[in-house]
Design a protein around this ligand. Structure first.
Ligand code: CA
Length: 623
């Protein structure tokens, strides 16, 4: 090739590149507007819209709708984003308006933004409370109601039921198909592990690496399917609690390679893991180094740590939660990894939720071992640093540890049921002990039946305690049929498929005939307790008084002006006979009772006989 030829070719290539560049610069795309729609009549009249699309910041948005005002149009670090601050007047009528993205006189893109009418009761919606019993289920592992969504094109991970860490195909339809099963068991609320899109190459089944906050994972169903599931759950008198994660998102999130700004994530020069020491947030001696790593370290390589101190991201997350409450008609939210997010942001979020929905509930996962640390995160606790979380509900992790130990141990001064007694004695630390969610296990630890060495008597004692102590009981799916699993064998072991949830399963534990004798014994025992509890206001709201355990026997009372219930847990290996003088302050005026476990009447309350390793729940009667 001659030199001049080469030169002219290079010149041609350059001019082509310049042309291409020019045409690219000129191109303006609109890919996303989030939240995609909103409502009129919200308490807060402000709305932030995140607009995403190639070079969208080169445009000037225009809105023309009565009662809607574009206050601010904010370009940020990345030219592919715009943030719009909008004001929606109280009198604005529901309808659709155009957002025109103008370049000079020309409209480059238009988005039809809908303002919907809120449900009449939305503001007064009731959350969950101590009259409820929550059933925690993992949607991929509960039931596969629709095999057509097991593999969806565009989704990176395919179904592989033989892989304990893979997707097994469970979905929203599977839950819907078993609402009556749950109702008959005595459940009044379900907490479903996250159902948002998790388009991750591996471990996508558990749902905690969200890749789109506005989309249900298509392998579970569509957004509409989720709304319909909740509608049907409500018809069955079952509430639905949505699992949300603000601390992190999946590294497969749609914005991953095109972040609005660098500080959208908590950035590190190289991958840095959280130290998972939630206690550093409250520890008066904690080093800045440790606190920083706790809050800004990443939960996992696949989970990007979100920086909620970025005000645009803060609004994005807050509005997302409100969007789901309104859109799907939620009864509650469970918030993951609560202490890992910046606590000032979390308090601000809760204030906003409480403003929009004063009677709604959020339960925060503050996985800390002792009541003082957990109490810090609950509304109304008296924190020395003045921190007020505004968070109504927290999980009772200390009582979970106590329950896990109590029924396995020989009773002594420090061991056995006295652990329950001692744990409850710390309730003075909590803003509101009635609002604690009480549970024997969850999706992140050994299954309860494994913890009690697969001993059904221990299981029954624990269920009797769980359903009669203060707070809101929660049951992990499969506990009712004695499912087992060791956390140290991998999470797959504690998140096995519910037998009968898949077509062709060898057994179907959703029906009596499909359960073993022992499974039916466990199921019936729990179901009896839960159905009895449903309408027992004295258990929901009554006072609690307990007596120091003696000889492995723990006695407590739930009582109010109308009713009194005496609970007796004999955790010892022997039948126990005891007189009841020391309970006089609660027994005075009562002569007999009925044990709701055995169904037997008790004519003489002055002396109680209780078999080894068993429970009595006695409704007291005054003649
Ligand atoms: Ca499926």
């Amino acid at each position: 090739m001659r030199k001049t030829d080469l030169f002219s070719k290079i010149l041609l290539l350059f001019s082509a590149l310049i042309l291409l560049n020019f045409s690219q610069a000129a191109e303006i795309k609109l890919e996303r507007v989030e939240p995609p729609f909103w409502w009129t009549g919200m308490k807060c009249d402000k709305l932030q819209l995140m607009i995403y699309g190639e070079n969208i910041s080169e445009t000037m948005p225009v809105i023309n709708y009565l009662g809607v005002k574009l206050i601010e149009n904010i370009p940020v670090e990345n030219p592919n984003y715009l943030f719009l601050n909008i004001e929606i007047h109280k009198e604005a009528v529901p309808g659709t308006f155009e957002i025109k993205f103008m370049k000079g006189e020309k409209s480059t893109q238009t988005y039809n933004y809908e303002l919907k009418q809120r449900r009449k009761y939305s503001e007064k919606r009731q959350g969950f409370n101590s009259s409820d019993v929550i059933y925690l289920l993992m949607p991929d592992r509960f039931a596969n109601g629709d095999i057509s969504n097991d593999d969806v094109s565009g989704m990176k991970e395919k179904t592989s039921r033989s892989n304990p860490n893979g997707r097994h195909g469970g979905d929203l339809k599977g839950i819907e198909d078993h609402l009556n099963y749950l109702k008959n068991l005595g459940i009044t609320a379900i907490w479903i592990n996250p159902v948002f899109e998790n388009n991750m190459p591996k471990y996508s089944y558990h749902g905690y690496a969200i890749t789109d906050y506005y989309k249900i994972d298509p392998r579970f169903g569509s957004n509409t399917d989720y709304v319909n599931l909740i509608k049907n759950a409500h018809k069955t008198d079952i509430k639905v609690i949505m699992d949300m994660v603000f601390n992190h998102c999946g590294t497969g999130y749609w914005w991953e390679n095109d972040l609005p700004m660098t500080d959208w994530y908590n950035q590190w020069p190289e991958f840095t893991r959280s130290n998972y020491r939630g206690g550093t947030v409250t520890d008066p001696y904690a080093s800045e180094f440790d606190k920083n790593k706790m809050l800004k370290g990443w939960f996992d390589v696949t989970m990007a740590d979100l920086n909620q101190n970025n005000k645009f991201l803060a609004d994005y997350l807050i509005q997302n939660s409100i969007w789901w409450i309104e859109y799907a008609d939620l009864d509650g939210i469970r918030m993951d990894t609560y202490p890992y997010s910046f606590k000032e942001f979390m308090a601000k979020w809760m204030e906003r939720i409480n403003l929009e929905y004063p009677d709604f509930n959020v339960v925060g996962e503050s996985w800390l071992p002792d009541p003082a640390s957990v109490a810090y995160w609950q509304q109304g606790s008296n924190n020395e640093d003045g921190y007020e979380s505004h968070l109504k509900n927290v999980f009772d992790f200390p009582l979970m540890y106590a329950m896990s130990a109590a029924f396995n141990e020989k009773d002594s001064w420090n061991n056995g049921v006295v652990k329950l007694y001692d744990a409850l004695g710390k309730d003075f630390l909590y803003g509101n002990p009635e609002n604690l969610v009480v549970f024997p296990d969850n999706h992140d630890c050994d299954r309860f039946y494994t913890k009690v060495n697969e001993n059904i008597d221990n299981y029954k004692l624990a269920m009797a305690f769980l359903t009669t102590t203060r707070g809101i009981p929660e049951i992990y799916y499969g506990t009712e049929i004695l499912m087992t699993g060791h956390e140290n064998r991998g999470h797959g072991d504690i998140r096995k498929d519910f037998p009968g949830g898949w077509e062709g399963d060898k057994t179907d534990a959703f029906v009596k005939e499909g359960r073993t004798t022992e499974q039916n014994e466990a199921f019936d025992y729990l179901s009896n307790l839960l159905n009895w509890r449903k309408n027992k206001e004295v258990i929901h709201k009554g006072k609690l008084k307990h007596f120091i355990p003696e000889n492995g026997v723990y006695v407590y009372f739930r009582y109010d002006d109308d009713e009194s219930v005496m609970v007796i847990l004999n955790n010892s290996e022997k039948e126990q006979v005891f007189t009841t003088e020391r309970f006089a302050e609660n027994l005075n005026g009562f002569n007999s009772g009925k044990d709701i476990i055995s169904g037997k009447r008790i004519e003489n309350l002055s002396e109680i006989l209780i078999p080894a390793k068993s429970a009595m729940i006695v409704e007291l009667v005054n003649k």
